[in-house]
Structure formats: C-alpha cells, structure tokens
Design a protein around this ligand. Structure first.
Ligand code: AMP
Ligand code: ZN
Length: 460
C-alpha cells in the first residue's frame, strides 16, 4: 500500500500537524488504559477504538509501532472496590483486567505491544518522585509528597489553563478533580489504615494516579516519545500532570503529539459510571448485537466529535455492516476479473478513502467513499469482482470490521484447527508443512488464501 502524508490534530498546538516520528520507521505510542475497578463501558471502549484506528493507519504507512497501555490496578477506586468486596486488591482487579482484554479482542482492537500494571512499577514511580523532590518541584507535607504546580512554569500548556485563580499552597489528595480546583496534587500518599502500601524513601504509602503514566511510559518508550492518547476528560488534570511530572524530572519534551477522543453520550450526557447511564459490551451482546456493530457505529463519527448512543443507531450500524459483509461475500464468490480495463473509479475510491483516513482519521468520510464505491460497482455492467475484493481488503485493514474474514460463514472446528496449524507453520517459515496442510484443507473442500492480514478461508 502506498504511503500518504498523515495529518493528526495535536491537542498541544490545537492544530492539525503533519505526523513524523522521532525515529525513522518506528512510532512510540502510549495509551492511558483502564482503571480496573469495574467492567469497561462502551464509552470507555470508544477511546480504545479510536487509538486502534490510529494504529492501523500508522501501520498502513509502514511504521512499526511500539504501543504501551497501562492498567491502573491501584488507586482510590480500586482500593475502595476491593475493600467492599472483601477480597485482595489483586483478586479484585484481575477479574476486570481479563474482562477488559476480552472486550478489546471482541472489538477487533489490535492489542498493545505491552501492558504495564501500576503495582508492578512502584520503584520506577519512586524514582521519578525522587527526581522531582531533588529538583524542588515536589515537597513533603504530613507524610505525603505533593507536586508544586507553581514551580513548573509551563503548567497548563495542554489544557490552556488560566492560572490566575491558582491558590498557592492548596493541595488535592484525590486522583480526580476539575479545572476549577487547580492545585498541588499528590504524588505519594501516606499509608492509611487498611490500605495497601509500599516502602519508599518518603515513608510507607502508595502512588497517586498521575505518576504511574509518567513513570511507565518513559520507562518503556523513552523520555521523549511520539504519541499519547486518551479521552478528552484526561486532558485535565491527568495529562497536564503527566507533562508537569515528566518534563520537570527530565528537562525534556515529554510527548510530541497528544491525541484525544471525544465522549460517547447517552441522552446527550456523557456516559459514565457515576451518572449510572452506562452499557457494557455484554449488554450489547445480550441484545444479539455483534461487538463489531458497535465498532461500525463508532467509525461513523469522527473521533473528535461527540457521539450520542441509541439502540436505534446501533441497529442501523448492524444493518450497514451486514450489507458490507454481503457485498464482500458476493465479490469473493465471483472470484475473477474479466479481461477488460479496470474502470477508473476503483483507483479513485482507493485514493479518496486513503486521503480521508489520513486526514486526522476521518472515518465517516472514508465510509462514505466505500459506500459510494459499492453503489457504483452495482450499477456498472462490467464488474471486476477480484479487484473489488482487493479494495475491500485494503479498506478493512484500516476499518477493522473483519470483513475479509467473512465471519458469518460456518467453519467447522476441525477446519479452523488446520488453518491455525498452517498459520503457525507459516510464521515459523515451515513452508513444506504449510503446503501439506493446505492440501489437507483442499481435500476437505476449503481454500486458504494468504494476505498481508492473515489467512482467508473460503469454501471451494
Ligand atoms: P477510565 O477507566 O475511567 O480511566 O477511562 C478509560 C478511558 O475511557 C479514558 O481514555 C477516558 O477518557 C475514556 N472515557 C471515559 N468515559 C468516556 C465516554 N463517555 N466516552 C468516551 N470515552 C470515555
Ligand atoms: Zn494515564
């Protein structure tokens, strides 16, 4: 696939910028992961779908991606949840961590290269806090350590804060607070009775929420890295504080491109646990929708626009996705192109699609191009099904709707096992074994086609 310039909206500059990674050919990217105190709701999942499209576009442009996502497994909410359930913090969080990863898989989200758990990086966090204390950006008070926001001059550069209202010496101990409460925030909290705690040079305690992302991202990706993503609600205070911590500790720019996705709403309000207006992926599946119907629904809105969720809109998404699958099956069945020149609209659809998706990930526009192509194909006399199929494969590598896998064909378990075995053999470059397995599949009436995105299986 040809490379195209990629423009991304950077929250730091409030502008679309041409993306260029720091190191040629590799993108270092960090996503704020879930706080595992409950099942993710579909609003949370919108944020992960957004970063998945971003990753797919980066991949298309030929970049290797080193992608890290954290799992917040110690904070105010997880501690309270474990206490209420009367189980250990680890037991409590691991249930939700597993469920979260399953949700990602169901949504066809490419998993990060690395998941980092907060509880496994306490020494790294202590190390950053020590640097901040040494450089006088942090101070101790009543057994806890706080970040002095007045010491970091650029504080507020991401959220565009008006610092006039800043109250000198006022402090917050909780992890989440609003822009109206710009204050010194906690880096290390003194141990409270019945709370998990770790030894540190500042006394027994536990980290605040913000420090984990600074410590883990810099450890895995370097002191300056390319992309940091999250939902818009993380701009303040979380990401503002990450910048303050990291840049004061290293004296270097922390992140080059900050990307934020807008909220999923319900009845015009942000979907959130505290408003009791959430749905999980399980709720969607219980109503017989596929998680990929939700993926389609999300793709239909630009990631920087709010999206109001309704069951009716999910129904329309299901309908559209089914029709797309139908189209892919249709062109796949016809197989060969006629020996006639390929009409120009095939190439122009590809060009327009790529132009849309590389223009700050304009997925609704890209979907529009796709549908226009299908309409055009259906009304043209001489059809080129193989080329149409190739085009759908190209589009779906970016959309991730799993169209080329044609999921709805019933593939027996024995056949699936053979395909997986063959895929493993191919990965190990055991070509002879792979060929034997292909022969076995053919004998049983199935054809495998190898593409850049894995094997596609069809009935012969
Ligand atoms: P949390 O587990 O609360 O830290 O949130 C995980 C991710 O979901 C973050 O990137 C949030 O910004 C994002 N998020 C939370 N609520 C919504 C929502 N209603 N719509 C879209 N993203 C959300
Ligand atoms: Zn974070």
């Amino acid at each position: 696939m040809e490379k195209m310039d990629l423009k991304l909206y950077n929250t730091l500059s409030r502008k679309k910028e041409l993306f260029k990674p720091l190191k040629k050919g590799v993108v270092h990217m960090y996503t704020c992961g879930p706080t595992v105190y409950n099942f993710a709701h579909i609003g949370n999942l919108r944020a992960y779908l957004f970063q998945d499209i971003l990753k797919r576009v980066l991949q298309k442009n030929g970049y290797q991606i080193n992608h890290v996502m954290n799992i917040t497994d110690v904070d105010d909410k997880t501690i309270a949840g474990a206490k209420a359930a009367r189980i250990s913090l680890k037991e409590f969080t691991s249930t939700y961590e597993t469920a979260f990863i399953q949700d990602l898989k169901k949504l066809n989200i490419i998993l990060p290269s690395t998941f980092t758990r907060a509880t496994e990086h306490i020494p790294e966090m202590i190390d950053v806090i020590q640097k901040l204390v040494a450089h006088q950006y942090a101070y101790m008070k009543d057994g806890s350590v706080y970040y002095d926001v007045s010491a970091f001059k650029p504080y507020g550069k991401l959220a565009h804060l008006d610092k006039k209202g800043l109250k000198a010496g006022a402090r917050v101990d909780v992890d989440e607070y609003s822009k109206d409460e710009v204050q010194d925030f906690v880096l290390w909290k003194q141990q409270k009775p019945d709370e998990p705690a770790w030894d540190s040079p500042f006394g027994k305690g536990r980290p605040g929420w913000h420090i984990e992302c600074s410590a883990m991202s810099m450890k895995e990706l370097g002191e300056t890295f390319d992309i940091h993503t999250g939902g818009v609600d993380l701009i303040f205070p979380h990401h503002e504080n990450e910048i303050a911590q990291s840049e004061a500790a290293t004296g270097k720019l922390f992140v080059r491109y900050w990307l934020h996705s807008e909220h999923l709403l319900i009845d015009k309000e942000k979907m959130s646990k505290s408003l009791h207006n959430i749905y999980t992926l399980q709720d969607i599946e219980e109503k017989a929708f596929s998680p990929l119907d939700f993926r389609y629904l999300v793709l239909g809105a630009h990631y920087r626009s709010k999206l109001n969720f309704t069951w009716q809109s999910l129904e329309s998404a299901r309908h559209a996705r089914k029709e797309l699958e139908e189209f892919v099956r249709e062109v796949l069945a016809e197989k060969k192109d006629p020996k006639k020149p390929l009409p120009a609209f095939y190439a122009s659809a590809k060009k327009q699609f790529l132009a849309a998706i590389t223009d700050d990930l304009n997925s609704p526009k890209a979907l529009g191009v796709l549908w226009k192509f299908i309409r055009h194909y259906r009304t043209t006399k001489t059809k080129h099904p193989a080329s149409a199929y190739e085009l759908m494969v190209t589009f779906d590598a970016l959309l991730g709707l799993d169209l080329y896998a044609v999921r709805s064909i019933q593939i027996p378990a024995t056949i699936k096992t053979l395909v997986v075995k063959r895929e493993e053999a191919r990965q190990k470059k055991h070509w002879l074994e792979a060929d034997i397995l292909r022969g076995e599949l053919q004998k049983k009436g199935w054809e495998v086609k190898d593409t850049a995105h894995g094997s596609i299986i069809t009935k012969r």
